[in-house]
Write a protein that binds this ligand. Sequence first.
Ligand code: G6P
Length: 481
Amino acid sequence: MDVTSTGSADLVIVANRLPVDRFEQPDGTPGWRRSPGGLVSALEPVLRASDGAWIGWPGGTEEDLEPFEADGMDLVPVHLSADEVEEFYEGFSNATLWPLYHDVVAKPEFHREWWESYVRVNQRFAEKAAAVAAKDATVWVHDYQLQLVPQMLRDLRPDLRIGFYLHIPFPPTELFQQLPWRRQVLEGLLGADLIGFQLAGGAQNFIRLVRQRVGHKTHRDLVYLPDGRTVRAAAFPISIDAADFEKLARSEGVEQRAKEIREALGNPKKVFLGIDRLDYTKGIYARLRAYSELLADGHFDVEDAVFVQVATPSRERVEQYRILRDEIDRLVGRINGDLGKIGSPAISYMHSSFPREEMAALYRAADIMVVTPFRDGMNLVAKEYIACRFDGQGALVLSEFAGAANELRQAWLINPYDINGMKAALLDAYNASPRELARRMKAMRKTVVEHDVKAWADSFLEELSSVRRDHGKTVRPVSQG
Ligand code: G6P
């Protein structure tokens, strides 16, 4: 499809980021390669089959790029100015909405200029989508950065079928109410025919808010709008391309690399592993403290075990992320200074991102995967670890506040605020017998293999295509909130 001649895409994905990363080709010119996310691999076949396009920010601020094709996908870049990166992306998206939607783990900042920038950028995304979509096409809008797009797009193109999916948690009503623009956000989302959440609780919070704040009539998971339209809000827990991860984990290169990693770590009895974006929602600090106390208490020694922590750089210009980085640097330094021995640090810490092959090798090398967010929409790292453990071994210690805990019931579930509880779980996982590990892993693998990202995308799109658009009822708003 030629996206420069607008209006021919039957399926349009709208997300803050394009599914490609820029790199420098040998001749010095910029090239694009597919980014590692599962969302792309799930949607790529659907996009190819349905003459689709993907609208998103290519990262950076420099050029106003024309639509282009990469990896067989039609990509439509949305340009952000330096001010917009600061106000829309770093500001409203990641210093207002992100902490607000994650249980106010950090204090959200409310600034009117940030909100204005959010409105402007959302409008730009909506206009691009309106220009690219064919008549009666399906448009699928993603995540918290673009919550106003559904209604803006509906105003421009009432013929479209519009879906929205929130990848992060939708907060309890009491917290959402703090947002000075709460009503506008709810109304923005209500432009969609179907609104997907990770968990049923998020969908329920949303429905309750719509009733209380916007005053629409609701019944179970449905909202009846006065104009006759029905909006459905329901849970669609996201997943990963499990088969692809397993294939990678089974490859000889990855097996070899996993051995090398263990050797480089001094072949300890047990390897603990954490892999996260360096984000204050992930509970990295608390987890490392719990681990260091196990060492200090003498449950095992730095020669018996090591904790490998990979923290991927993220949103580095946002203040809370800078503060966190310094805190983790200091904590790791102190733990290694107090407890490490020559050639045996307590924690092997890397502030960098790795390709998928290296991640798979780390998963295979690790005996205990430690995922301890204070709040997380799903947490795909937990699922990736499960997909890679085709050997039936390996333990998962998982926060009950990650969406994944809903499905991965056989993990060692912990409350990340409870350091003693976390220590007990880490120790239990450390001492678990191969039989116990195999029993738990088998059950979790069944879940992850059956509910992969393809099944997730198919079920959302199928539901979107079957939402009844007109409820045929006369409804009067119940109250004005
Ligand atoms: C989370 C969000 C995504 C976001 C990703 C990376 O997973 O749900 O929307 O793209 O983090 O964050 P970044 O700010 O680098 O896009």
